[in-house]
Design a protein around this ligand. Structure first.
Ligand code: XMP
Length: 523
């Protein structure tokens, strides 16, 4: 396995993603994790991540000595390269001038890492890589034993290697998709240089996970909050596979779910899997608590708090339950754990933590090590329908954050209908070039309700009704996203249907903002 030490970069998770894509197991831990931990982890190779915004003020962040003592290959990325240089006797020049974005890097000499990997070659025959750079400081003097591996005009030491020790470092970011050969480069590091075994596959994972859950839980009972989302559904299916009726799912309908969502969840879990599910309609309670509140953060807090309350009341009735199961996945663990402390909070997510302390139950989180696409693969392997498993993500607070400002049942009802039309058309319309549906071609798509009225005309009459916005984005990690260039014919059909079929809405807008600077959700 591979150890990734996180210095606080926003994209550290992508490194892990790429490594797992090579079927190699890896974990992310904070850069200051203890020496003993690193030795015990016994990695085949170590990757040092980049750091957040400006490394200048934090240039004291260092890799523990154990990294250099273990004698395993190390790959430094961006800040990881700088700290490698400093710790091994080279020099770094601190600078507040940042180089950010696309760059072309020349590969020098032969190294096991960059050899025969290139995007194009220059007239002089130099191999070139198209990469993504984001740094201010840079290495100005190689540490003893290192040779130059890559350069750009503005960054003469953009890569370095000490092949005898298996140390490699690049100033650019191989983990982001903009670096064309990035995946190939990381694959090469973990498989050929670190010689990690590519033995991370899903079917073995189920067998192992089922055995682990049985051993952990014994004959005790487990309770799980089912949300209808992919993560909790897959967790439920996996735990049900392991312990059957020892699992009770509680499905809280907060009144902010999508159209028919409750029915779909019940059909699947009760109808097909024969799992025990308690379905609670708590929409009055949630909508009641939300009355008069229009601040996005407060709305999230209220929904989170009410969820805990309703769930807790139900859990108390199940007096035999000793375990609380959650569909926490790896990105949640990393985002809310120590490694994220250096990153800025943009929105408070409420799907992790909170429950167990108040319930006094032991925590069962069988998806903790998995990334989203691994969770999906697992879901399909467990027999969940692909339409469910490949659904776009839906936020915990549901339509609560897609109704701008104050939430009302009337708004939620209008929004549900408009949203269902948009999703239906995305699923039914194929892009001729790729043969895929627009639902598949977008990462997340939904309708946002704007509580403003505008004037329209219908038949002979004037209307004065609400506005909705369509939002559709393409992204690989949800940290950055581009608005989707949906065909005009599709937008036209969706807008026509919403305005004709949903009385109360007379205007449809399309959101053409990317993230950043906009976020995907409007609140
Ligand atoms: P933003 O709007 O921050 O969203 O660009 C990024 C992704 O996170 C989802 N999201 C949430 N998920 N609870 C959740 O479980 C939340 O409070 C929440 N807020 C945003 C959003 O749908 C998108 O996929």
């Amino acid at each position: 396995k591979i150890l990734i030490l996180d210095f606080g970069s926003q994209v550290t998770q992508l490194i892990a993603r790429r490594v797992r894509e090579a079927n190699v197991y890896c974990e992310i831990h904070p850069n200051d994790v203890g020496e003993a931990f690193i030795r015990e982890f016994a990695p085949k190779g170590i990757i040092l991540s980049g750091s957040h915004a400006s490394t200048y003020e934090d240039h004291q962040l260092r890799a523990p000595q154990a990294v250099w003592d273990l004698g395993v290959p190390v790959l430094g990325i961006c800040y990881g390269m700088q700290t490698m240089a400093v710790q091994l006797g080279g020099k770094v020049e601190w600078s507040d001038h940042r180089e950010f974005g696309y760059a072309e890097v020349r590969a020098h000499g032969h190294t096991a890492l960059l050899q025969a990997i290139e995007d194009f070659s220059t007239a002089e025959g130099h191999g070139m890589l198209k990469v993504w750079m984001s740094h201010g400081d840079k290495v100005t003097e190689l540490p003893p034993g290192f040779k130059l591996m890559a350069s750009t005009p503005s960054c003469p030491i953009a890569g370095m290697a000490d092949e005898a020790r298996g140390y490699y470092a690049v100033q650019f970011h191989p983990e982001v998709t903009h670096t064309v050969q990035g995946t190939a480069l990381l694959r090469r590091f973990v498989l050929e240089i670190a010689k990690a075994k590519p033995d991370w596959v899903m079917k073995d994972y189920i067998t192992e996970a089922v055995a682990r859950i049985r051993e952990q839980v014994g004959d005790e009972e487990v309770i799980l909050g089912l949300s209808g989302g992919v993560d909790s559904s897959v967790a439920a299916a996996l735990i049900h596979r392991a312990i059957g009726d020892q699992l009770t799912c509680v499905f809280v309908d907060h009144g902010l779910l999508r159209q028919n969502e409750g029915q779909l969840v019940m059909d699947m879990f009760v109808g097909r899997l024969h799992a025990k599910v308690i379905h609670i309609d708590a929409s009055d309670q949630f909508l009641g608590q939300l009355t008069g509140e229009s601040d996005p953060e407060q709305k999230r807090k209220i929904i989170g708090r009410e969820f805990v309350e309703v769930f807790q009341a139900e859990a108390k009735k199940l007096s035999n339950a000793k375990w609380l199961a959650q569909g926490t996945i790896y990105p949640d663990v990393v985002e809310s754990g120590g490694t994220a402390s250096k990153k800025a909070t943009i929105k408070s997510h409420h799907n992790v933590g909170g429950l167990p302390k108040t319930l006094g139950l032991k925590l069962l989180e069988p998806l903790r090590e998995l990334f989203k696409d691994e969770v999906r693969e697992l879901g399909v392997a467990l027999g969940l329908p692909p339409e469910m498993v490949y659904r776009h993500p839906f936020p915990g607070p549901g339509l609560g954050v897609r109704i701008l400002g104050e939430v009302k049942r009337e708004y939620a009802d209008l929004l549900r209908r408009a949203d269902a039309i948009f999703i239906e058309e995305l699923r039914n319309t194929r892009d001729t070039a790729s043969g895929k549906t627009w639902y598949e071609l977008t990462s997340q798509a939904f309708v946002v309700f704007l509580p403003v009225k505008s004037v329209g005309v219908m038949g002979d009459g004037r209307t004065y009704d609400y506005v909705v916005a369509l939002r559709a984005v393409q992204t690989s990690d949800f940290m950055t996203a581009d608005w989707a260039e949906l065909p005009y014919s599709l937008l036209k059909k969706v807008s026509g249907r919403i305005i004709n079929e949903v009385r109360g809405i007379n205007r449809v807008a399309y959101d053409v903002s990317s993230k950043p600077p906009a976020t995907i959700e409007w609140e």
